[in-house]
Design a protein around this ligand. Structure first.
Ligand code: ADP
Ligand code: ZN
Length: 743
C-alpha cells in the first residue's frame, strides 16, 4: 500500500440530529477533508450526511473507528459559522446537531427548479381584439419576454386571457434562464439627499462598517424619521467594501415594501430568505451566499444561519419585536444572536427601532452599544396628535366597541376622503363563545384555552395548537337552539360594526390568518398603500414598519388589552405596540391623529403614549427592572416541565425544585432565600407553578423560573440541575427557555 494512503486523520462529525456530540471517524488523507467539510458517514445502521467539526492526525496503530464513506461536493462550512453554531447551542442549551440542521438544510433540497417559460409574440393577430387582449398585447410589446404570471399582472388580465391568445398562436413559449440567485446592487444608484441628522448618523454607520471590526449601534428614531434611508447608506458602504450585508425583518409581510424601497435605492432587488421561498431557490441562494456572490440578504430570523463568505454588516430592523424570539425547537432570540454573529464575524451590527427594547437601551446607556438618534420625522412632518378616549365616561353600547368620539373622528376623516386605521390586536370574530342558556363555553380539547370564533373561515379555532371545529347550530351541552353568543371583539366583528356605521366606506381587514398567505397579504398591503380602501381594520401585523401614505387617523380599540397579563414585560410591549401603531398616522403631507380608547388612561404606559415622553417611560421601566433584578440587570431562565398528565408533570417539577435546593452544597451554587433577590454567587428559584398555558397540545405544563445575577453561569447551573434531577421518562420532559419573553 502506498504511504500516502495509509496516512489518516480522525475527524469529529456532527450530524443534523438531536444530539450534542460529534462522532469520531477515520478518513484517508486522499479524501482531502478539512474542518467544515460535508461528509457522508455511517450513523447507526444507516449513512447520514454531517459536517466535520474537528480534525486531528490519527494515532498510530489500528483504529477501531469506522471510516468516513464519502466527501460531498458542497463548499465547507467556515470556522466562523461553526463557532456560531456552537455558541447558539451552548447559550440556548439546544443540541448542537439541531442548530447545525438549521444551517445546512438548504443545500440538500436540490430538486430542479421549475422551468420558467416566457411568452414571445409571433406577430399573428388575435381573432377578436377585446380590451383585455389589447392590454395584453401592449404590455407584451412594452415588457419583452415575460412569464405568464408577470404578463397577466402587467396587463391586469387573468391568465385565461393569455391562454386564449396562446391557443390562437399569438404567443409561442420559450424557456427562460432561471432567475439569477443574486442580483447585485449599485451603491451609487440613486443616493438620496439626506437630512442633516440622517447624514450625520449615516456617516457614523458607514464608519462602523468600514472599521471592519465588531461594533453594535442602536439607530433610534421616531416612526417616519427615515431610519431605513439612513441605514441604506451603511449598506452602500458595505457594498463598496465588497462585503455582504444581512438585513433581518420581524415579519415576512414587511419584506415586499422593503424590497421595493431597496430597488429604488440600489437599482436591484436584494436576495430574500424566508419560509415562503421555494426549496430549489433556497439551495441556490445558500450557495450564492457561501461563494460571496450574494451581497445583500434580507430575511427572517433563520437567515442568521446562512454561510456568509464575508459578512460586513448585520442590520436588525424593529429590533424590539417579539417575533425575533424562536420558541419552538431550537430556542433563540435572533436579535441577541445577531450581535453574537457580528462579534464572531468581526463586523458592524445595527439595531434599528423607534421603540428599542429595554435590553438594548440599557446596553446603549451603559456604553456597550453606540446610540444614534433621529429626533424628528423626515421633512419636518409632525408626529401624530394623540388623544385618549376614556371608556369609563362614554362607552359604546353593549356588544359594540367603537366609542362615539372615535365614530365622529372616523366620519370626519371619511368626509375628507382620507384613510383611517382601526387597530385591535385580536384575530378572528370573538375570543370566546358561550351558550346563553346553560353557560357552556367552547374550549380547546388539547389546550387550556378558549376557541376563537373565526367567521370567515367558518370555524372555532385554537390559537395555540390550531385545533379547528365547526361552530355548531345547537349548544353541544344543553342542545338549546340559537343560544350561542359571541363574547368580546375580534377584528372580524369590528369590521361588522364599522360596516354598519359606515355602509359606503371601503373596508379591509389585515390580519395574519387571511387565506392566501404571503402573496395575498402583499397584495393587500399594496392596495392599502395605493389608497384602495377607506378604513383598514388590523391586528399587530399593521403596527410594524409599514408606510401607508394616505393614512391620517388611527383608532386604537382596546389599548389596555396587553396590560392585564401580569407579565413584567407587559408595559414595555404595550408601549411599543401603541407607539408603533399610532406612528402609522400622518407619515406624509397631512398631519396625523390618533385616538386611543382606554379604561385606564392614567396608567404610566398611556401617559407616556399621550404625552409623547418616552424618555420618562424608559427611565421608570429601567429602574423597575433594576430593582427586580430582571433582564438585562439579571439573568432569567424558564424550565418548562410537561407530561401527559398533570400529576406526573407536577411531581417531576417538584423533584427538580428539590434537586435545586440540594445542589448548592455539593456544587457551590447558593440559592437565595425564597422570593429574595439573588446576589453575587446566588440564584433564586420561583415555582413550580402551572405554566401560563397550563395545557398545550394535550401536555400538562409546569414552570420553574430561575433568576441569577448578570455575571453568573446560568447555563452551568441548569446543566448541573438537569443532571442531578430525576431522569426524564414516562413521557415527562423538561425544556429550557433562556431569556423567556413572557414570564
Ligand atoms: P422610519 O423607518 O424611521 O419609520 P422611513 O425610513 O420609512 O422611516 O422614512 C419615512 C418616510 O420618509 C418614507 O416615506 C421615506 O421614503 C421618507 N424619507 C426618509 N428619508 C428621506 C430622504 N432623505 N429623502 C426623501 N425621502 C425620505
Ligand atoms: Zn389547542
Amino acid at each position: 500500500m502506498p504511504a500516502a494512503e495509509s496516512v489518516q486523520s480522525v475527524v469529529d462529525v456532527l450530524f443534523p440530529v438531536a444530539v450534542d456530540t460529534a462522532y469520531s471517524y477515520v478518513a484517508p488523507a486522499a479524501m482531502g477533508l478539512v474542518p467544515g467539510a460535508f461528509v457522508e458517514a455511517p450513523l447507526g445502521p444507516r449513512r447520514a450526511i454531517g459536517v466535520v467539526f474537528a480534525q486531528r492526525p490519527a494515532p498510530p496503530g489500528a483504529s477501531n473507528l469506522r471510516a468516513v464513506a464519502a466527501r460531498l461536493d458542497i463548499s465547507p462550512l467556515g470556522d466562523r459559522l461553526r463557532d456560531f453554531i456552537d455558541w447558539v447551542a451552548r447559550w440556548g442549551m439546544s443540541p448542537r446537531g439541531m442548530v447545525l440542521r438549521m444551517a445546512i438544510r438548504a443545500p440538500f433540497h436540490a430538486a430542479p427548479e421549475p422551468k420558467r417559460v416566457g411568452l414571445r409574440l409571433t406577430g399573428a393577430a388575435p381573432a377578436r381584439l377585446t380590451p383585455a387582449r389589447e392590454r395584453t398585447l401592449a404590455a407584451a410589446q412594452a415588457g419583452g419576454l415575460m412569464t405568464k404570471a408577470a404578463l397577466a399582472k402587467a396587463a391586469g388580465v387573468s391568465a385565461s386571457v393569455i391562454d386564449g391568445l396562446i391557443r390562437q398562436g399569438v404567443f409561442t413559449l420559450e424557456t427562460l434562464a432561471p432567475e439569477p440567485a443574486a442580483p447585485v446592487g449599485d451603491p451609487d444608484f440613486r443616493q438620496p439627499l439626506l437630512s442633516q441628522d440622517q447624514a450625520a448618523a449615516a456617516a457614523e454607520l458607514a464608519k462602523a462598517v468600514l472599521a471592519q471590526s465588531f461594533s453594535v449601534t442602536l439607530l433610534e428614531g421616531v416612526t417616519g424619521s427615515g431610519k431605513t434611508e439612513t441605514y441604506f447608506e451603511a449598506i452602500a458602504a458595505a457594498l463598496r467594501a465588497g462585503r455582504q450585508t444581512l438585513v433581518l425583518l420581524p415579519e415576512i409581510a414587511l419584506t415586499s415594501q422593503f424590497v421595493d424601497r431597496f430597488g429604488a435605492r440600489f437599482g436591484a432587488a436584494p436576495v430574500e430568505w424566508h419560509s415562503g421561498i421555494g426549496a430549489a431557490r433556497r439551495a441556490r441562494i445558500w450557495s450564492a451566499v457561501a461563494s460571496g456572490e450574494a451581497k445583500i440578504i434580507i430575511g427572517a430570523r433563520s437567515a442568521l444561519f446562512l454561510p456568509f463568505q464575508s459578512l460586513g454588516l448585520v442590520i436588525v430592523d424593529e429590533e424590539h419585536d417579539g417575533a425575533y424570539k424562536q420558541e419552538d425547537g431550537v430556542v433563540y432570540h435572533a436579535r441577541d444572536m445577531a450581535v453574537v454573529r457580528g462579534r464572531i464575524e468581526q463586523c458592524a451590527v445595527i439595531l434599528a427601532s423607534a421603540t428599542p427594547s429595554i435590553e438594548t437601551r440599557v446596553n446603549a446607556d451603559q456604553g456597550r452599544y453606540r446610540r444614534l438618534v433621529l429626533k424628528d420625522r423626515f421633512g419636518g412632518r409632525a408626529m401624530p396628535k394623540i388623544e385618549a378616549v376614556d371608556m369609563r365616561l362614554k362607552p359604546p353600547p353593549r356588544g359594540k366597541w367603537i366609542s362615539p368620539a372615535l365614530i365622529a373622528a372616523l366620519a370626519d376623516n371619511l368626509g375628507k376622503g382620507q384613510q383611517s386605521l382601526l387597530f385591535l390586536n385580536r384575530r378572528g370574530y370573538a375570543p370566546l363563545t358561550l351558550c346563553r342558556s346553560c353557560g357552556h363555553r367552547f374550549q380547546c380539547p388539547n389546550c387550556a384555552a378558549w376557541l376563537v370564533d373565526h367567521r370567515f373561515r367558518k370555524a372555532l379555532i385554537c390559537h395555540h395548537c390550531g385545533h379547528m371545529e365547526r361552530r355548531p347550530e345547537l349548544c353541544p351541552n344543553c342542545e338549546a337552539v340559537e343560544s350561542l353568543m359571541a363574547c368580546g371583539p375580534g377584528v372580524e366583528r369590528l369590521e361588522e360594526e364599522a360596516a354598519e356605521l359606515f355602509p359606503d366606506a371601503r373596508l379591509m381587514i389585515l390580519s395574519s390568518d387571511l387565506a392566501g398567505g404571503a402573496e395575498r397579504l402583499r397584495a393587500e398591503f399594496e392596495a392599502v398603500a395605493r389608497g384602495a380602501c377607506d378604513i383598514v381594520i388590523g391586528t399587530q401585523l399593521v403596527a410594524k414598519g409599514h408606510n401607508f401614505p394616505g393614512l391620517t387617523l388611527v383608532g386604537v380599540i382596546d389599548a389596555d388589552i396587553g396590560l392585564t397579563s401580569g407579565d413584567p414585560r407587559a408595559a414595555e410591549r404595550t408601549f411599543q405596540l401603541l407607539q408603533q401603531v399610532t406612528g402609522r398616522a400622518g407619515r406624509f403631507e397631512t398631519p396625523g391623529r390618533a385616538l386611543v380608547q382606554s379604561f385606564q388612561p392614567e396608567h404610566p404606559v398611556m401617559r407616556a403614549i399621550l404625552s409623547g415622553d418616552s424618555e420618562k417611560f424608559y427611565a421608570e421601566e429601567i429602574e423597575q427592572r433594576r430593582r427586580a433584578g430582571l433582564p438585562p440587570f439579571g439573568r432569567l431562565a424558564a424550565l418548562i416541565v410537561s407530561g401527559n398528565d398533570a400529576a406526573s408533570a407536577e411531581a417531576f417539577a417538584r423533584a427538580l425544585a428539590r434537586a435545586a435546593h440540594d445542589l448548592p452544597r455539593s456544587d457551590g451554587w447558593t440559592l437565595a432565600a425564597a422570593g429574595g433577590l439573588p446576589t453575587e454567587g446566588e440564584l433564586s428559584l420561583l415555582g413550580p407553578a402551572e405554566a401560563p398555558i397550563a395545557i398545550l397540545r394535550g401536555r400538562h405544563r409546569f414552570r420553574l423560573l430561575i433568576r441569577a445575577p448578570r455575571s453568573s453561569d446560568l447555563q452551568g447551573f441548569l446543566n448541573a440541575l438537569l443532571a442531578a434531577g430525576p431522569p426524564q421518562r414516562g413521557g415527562v420532559n423538561a425544556a429550557i427557555d433562556i431569556d423567556p419573553q413572557s414570564f
